[in-house]
Design a protein around this ligand. Structure first.
Ligand SMILES: [Zn+2]
Ligand SMILES: [Zn+2]
Length: 307
């Protein structure tokens, strides 16, 4: 279905233990920036003891649903708030995720491989950073082949775990093999704008990978992965330019787990239409303009970055 509007598809809340700001602040930011809707994608609970410092606990899941549905009612008529989830992919936990995804009416399911997790490193780190990168891309394709998710999040996240050994050309064959497998599943992949703020300062995935995705007709979904309200919609304009320069004419989002397409030009227009002088003033002066910091850093690993 072709739509004239765009959703912000990837935001977190303090329930994830490494994000800040009320959901209302995220909704307000999305509204001001011209989004038609906002999909909340907190990190899904995992069994007790599995990277517990960066996600809600199982017994907080009902709070998550209440929070999202309350915001949905509150913002009705202004912005379409939807329940999503960022579900983990980790080999051996497929049944857990499958069961989890049946437990609520999720509108959008991001599938994430997080190579920064202690659990991931314990299982897959062999001492060779390039081997680690290769393993990551294979696991990403494994995630797609489960069929559990709508879209694969930040699909080259491994580059920030091994930045000194990151040479896209060295792993391009592995990337292309993974993309062949992913394309065969029909799953979408994310263009995650938050990558531009990380150690390897470019969006995820890197441009050559985005081009290969486009060649294989893999749908692309833009998400800011906002862990604070002022990052909602962050760099979407740049992301649209990048997607277009890599060959995409449309970007996608999911509602009701159904993919919707937006022509790039329409997406650009949609998110520029409400960035008026009054909106800017509101951002500069209001309670909703937040600076970063304030929260303790999360502990995916010893070193560590969340997302
Ligand atoms: Zn995320
Ligand atoms: Zn996160």
């Amino acid at each position: 279905m072709i739509e004239p509007w765009l959703y912000e598809t990837h935001v977190h809340t303090p329930l994830c233990r490494h994000a800040e700001g009320d959901l209302d602040d995220y909704a307000h930011a999305a509204f001001q920036r011209g989004f038609h809707g906002l999909i909340v994608t907190c990190h899904a609970p995992m069994p007790e003891g599995f990277s517990p410092t960066v996600r809600m606990r199982v017994d907080e899941f009902d709070d998550y649903l209440s929070m999202v549905f309350r915001a949905q009612r509150h913002w009705q008529g202004k912005i379409d708030i939807r329940l999503g989830i960022e579900a983990e992919y980790f080999p051996g936990f497929e049944r857990w995720v499958e069961h989890q995804l049946q437990s609520a009416d999720f509108q959008y399911v991001l599938g994430s491989v997080h190579p920064q997790m202690v659990e991931f490193k314990q299982r897959f780190w062999t001492g060779d950073p390039v081997e680690f990168q290769r393993a990551y891309f294979q696991i990403l394709a494994d995630a797609a082949e489960t069929g559990l998710y709508d879209c694969l999040a930040h699909p080259d996240g491994v580059k920030n775990e091994t930045p000194d050994a990151w040479d896209p050309q060295a792993v391009m064959d592995d990337v292309c093999r993974a993309l062949d497998r992913i394309a065969a599943t029909g799953m979408a992949m994310e263009l995650n704008t938050s990558g531009a703020e990380k150690i390897v300062p470019e969006m995820n995935p890197f441009p050559a990978m985005l081009k290969e995705m486009c060649k294989r007709s893999i749908p692309v979904v833009i998400g800011a992965d906002a862990h604070r309200p002022d990052r909602v919609g962050h760099r979407f304009g740049e992301a649209l330019d990048l997607a277009e320069s890599c060959g995409y004419r449309c970007v996608s989002f999911f509602v009701g787990r159904t993919r919707h397409e937006v022509p790039v030009a329409a997406a650009r227009k949609a998110i520029s239409c409400r960035t008026t002088a009054s909106a800017r003033m509101d951002w500069g002066m209001g309670d909703h303009a937040r600076s970063g910091g304030g929260l303790e850093q999360p502990t995916w690993t010893d070193s560590t970055r969340a997302e």
